[in-house]
Design a protein. Structure first.
Length: 139
């Protein structure tokens, strides 16, 4: 369990971008991991089908926070298909030994050790799940 909480994961968890909720967002969603109670709320604005503004409120373990930090650092300018691809690649890495997600989400490789901890997977995927739901609400 110690290797799971590496210095890099803890650093990401404490340096999360876009932690201010948006006023009057085009789309918003809150997702909860039932097993651990972690929550992520995402607000987005779109311009030309791409995320132009992003805000997140993350109440999760360090792993969920680290995932949200990587996602938040890369999310501006992306469309729904790219976000969905990143989510699918992260889920495959965690659940079936798939490769590290491709750019722009390659930084999620830091979460590879979490593959062995199935009870953490839902928390790690929350930021993607909330973002995708917010995207759908905005369109």
């Amino acid at each position: 369990m110690i290797k799971l909480y590496s210095a890099r994961i803890l650093a990401l968890a404490t340096d999360m971008p876009h932690t201010t909720r948006l006023a009057d967002p085009m789309g918003s969603a809150k997702k909860r991991a039932p097993l651990c109670g972690s929550t992520v709320t995402v607000d987005i604005d779109l311009e030309g089908g791409k995320i132009s503004r992003f805000g997140q409120d993350v109440k999760a373990c360090a792993l969920g926070q680290a995932a949200a930090a990587v996602i938040g650092a890369e999310i501006i300018g992306l469309d729904e298909a790219t976000v969905q691809k990143g989510r699918d690649e992260l889920a495959a890495m965690l659940k079936s030994g798939g490769p590290v997600p491709a750019a722009p989400f390659a930084g999620l490789e830091v979460l590879q050790p979490a593959a062995d901890y199935k009870n953490r997977h839902a928390s790690i995927l929350l930021a993607f799940d909330a973002t995708l739901e917010a995207l759908r609400a905005a369109t």
